[in-house]
Design a binder for this molecule. Sequence first.
Ligand SMILES: [Zn+2]
Length: 85
Amino acid sequence: MQTEMTTAEFEREKRIIAAKDLTAVFSSVLQNQNRTWTVMSQWTPDKTYYVNSALRNCTCPDSTYRQVKCKHIIAIELTLKARVK
Ligand SMILES: [Zn+2]
């Protein structure tokens, strides 16, 4: 039985951790109108990505080219979840 994490799982875990950093430490998630969000890049503060939380897409390379749920989308989900509490 395979118990080790696959690379995809590991990558996903990494993005969840990065998303928590984005919301908790950097507080760099800003809500715009029409369910769009501006998220500042974690490592390059002058770079920003735009997320549509309704369509669940983002302008970063992870979302655009790799078609994965990127840390920016996860960060917004965490922000929305925190708001409901
Ligand atoms: Zn992204």
